[in-house]
Design a protein around this ligand. Structure first.
Ligand code: ADP
Length: 159
């Protein structure tokens, strides 16, 4: 059973994240999508809301479960009895940051393997922060996030 953890903020989940999960599903038997609880970061949605939006987006995907986690990723990965972490690479600009995290995680837990997936071309510019910025100015995010997330953003913005 090949289990992989896909950690992130997912604030909110975008079509880019879903693209990565879709690709990873072809390779792994089980994917645990895990919302990182990070209290110092300024978030648009609470962890519970982010988990709920991910669950709705991934409904019916038998290989995928959604959770949240606190603390060090390596400890969480060990607890899940796996060694595989999934991350997405949009562009070379992601590489430096991802390279650093992967290297630090490997120092803390030598057995860990970070596996990178590239999204389809049209999502290479897409991030949750782009979505939050557009949402801030009440722009149209319907091409970037699933319909239930569009609704949640509109409700948050008081539309
Ligand atoms: P962000 O706020 O940048 O979307 P997250 O912490 O939610 O970041 O992202 C979790 C992981 O998903 C990271 O490895 C990130 O690079 C990746 N990711 C996010 N958006 C995309 C995308 N559009 N295409 C590919 N990977 C992505």
């Amino acid at each position: 059973m090949r289990i992989a953890v896909y950690p992130g903020s997912f604030d909110p989940v975008t079509f880019g994240h879903l693209d990565i999960i879709e690709r990873a599903s072809k390779i792994f038997d089980r994917i645990i999508v895990s919302v990182f609880v990070h209290s110092t970061k300024k978030n648009m949605f609470t962890v519970e809301e982010r988990v709920a939006m991910l669950k709705t987006a991934l409904k019916g995907k038998k290989k995928v479960t959604v959770e949240c986690f606190e603390g060090l990723l390596v400890d969480y990965v060990k607890k899940k009895k796996t060694t595989v972490v999934i991350r997405g690479l949009r562009a070379i600009s992601d590489l430096e940051y991802e390279f650093q995290i992967a290297a630090v995680n490997r120092t803390l837990y030598p057995a860990i393997e970070t596996v990178f997936f590239m999204p389809r071309q049209r999502y290479t510019y897409l991030s949750s922060s782009v979505v939050r910025d557009i949402a801030h100015f009440r722009g149209d995010v319907s091409k970037l996030v699933p319909p239930h997330v569009v609704k949640a953003i509109a409700a948050r913005r008081g539309k």
